[in-house]
Design a protein around this ligand. Structure first.
Ligand SMILES: Nc1nc2c(ncn2[C@@H]2O[C@H](COP(=O)(O)OP(=O)(O)OP(=O)(O)O)[C@@H](O)[C@H]2O)c(=O)[nH]1
Ligand SMILES: [Mg+2]
Length: 298
């Protein structure tokens, strides 16, 4: 069906509430990486989904948090900019009455932007009793007059049609913002870097994966085959971190490479050869020039 209307919607919320999971669930494929660690997403990533004659553009953003370095400042800036630049906002929360500073600040941003806002209570599958939603709804209703409140489970893909129905109300007549069939604005090369970062977040503990940046040095198709060659450099912040990333006789790096390769092959639909080097760049998260170098630039 021809696209006649579009609606661009930002997903905002504190780290780990499931913004990227919800983006992927609505799009129907993985466009944004997901892990159980907070601060997984660092960029603004658009996911695209068509239903009927409406094109939905989901703007996934980094979790809003109290920034502790310049990378964090950049990430929070991405959220602020996204909230001010869309047809509607979804504020994602977990089913809890506890309102954190991040949610208070986001509600302030939303008020200031004047964009319509839907409160999305995610992870509804974790509730034993749906009645437990009522105090959450009551609490949040005192903070802001939301245009709608929709409980969903991004993981179980539950409640998504109702959510899309609500979002449809903010669609505007427009030619498509993305060409038909395109599901994301993220270049393949950047997705490869993200999938390596995802594997590192999953395999490594504590601070280490948060201090990692990935740079793709080679990404090309091998002559007259469908094989993709990918070479990447992973930057970490300390020599001791480098040791842990590589592991005993390279075991950890091998585990990370394999995990990343499987996801890359799924994404590319072709065999992928991955080689990863590890280098140390101290305090890159506070260096404006290195942040820019790694693509973290407004
Ligand atoms: N039980 C349950 N878990 C969920 C649901 N949605 C997401 N999760 C889990 O929550 C964790 C965080 O999910 P993400 O999608 O990465 O969260 P995010 O909000 O994008 O996080 P940041 O990018 O760090 O801000 C992952 O372990 C998900 O599997 C849900 O509906 N139910
Ligand atoms: Mg995310």
């Amino acid at each position: 069906m021809e696209v006649k209307k579009t609606v661009m919607v930002a997903l905002a919320g504190r780290p780990n509430v499931g913004k990227s999971t919800l983006t992927n669930a609505i799009v129907g494929e993985k466009v944004s990486i997901v892990t159980d660690k907070p601060q997984t997403t660092r960029h603004r990533i658009c996911g695209v989904r068509q239903r009927g004659d409406i094109q939905f553009v989901l703007v996934d953003t980094p979790g809003f948090h109290k920034a502790q370095n310049r990378l964090g400042d950049y990430m929070d800036g991405v959220v602020r900019a996204a909230v001010g630049d869309v047809d509607a906002v979804m504020l994602l929360i977990e089913p809890s009455e506890k309102v954190t500073k991040a949610e208070e600040l986001l509600i302030e941003q939303i008020k200031r932007s004047g964009a319509p806002c839907i409160l999305v209570i995610n992870k509804a599958d974790t509730l034993e009793n749906k009645e437990n939603l009522l105090p959450v709804i009551a609490k949040y209703s005192t903070l802001y007059d939301f245009d709608a409140i929709v409980p969903v489970s991004a993981r179980e893909k539950d409640g998504l049609e109702v959510l899309l129905d609500e979002l449809s109300k903010f669609a505007v007549e427009s030619p498509p913002l993305f060409p038909e069939g395109e599901t994301s604005d993220q270049p393949e090369k950047q997705m490869m870097a993200e999938l390596i970062r995802e594997a590192m977040l999953k395999c490594l503990d504590k601070e280490i994966p948060h201090g990692i940046a990935v740079e793709i040095e080679k990404f090309s198709q091998r002559n007259s085959t469908d094989i993709v060659d990918c070479e990447a450099v992973v930057y970490c912040e300390k020599a001791s971190h480098k040791g842990m990333i590589i592991g005993k006789q390279g075991a950890m790096l091998k585990k990370i490479s394999t995990m990343a390769r499987l996801e890359m092959e799924k994404y590319m639909g072709a065999p992928v050869y991955v080689r990863i080097w590890v280098r140390v760049k101290e305090n890159w998260r506070d260096s404006l020039s290195l942040l820019k170098n790694f693509g973290y630039e407004q």
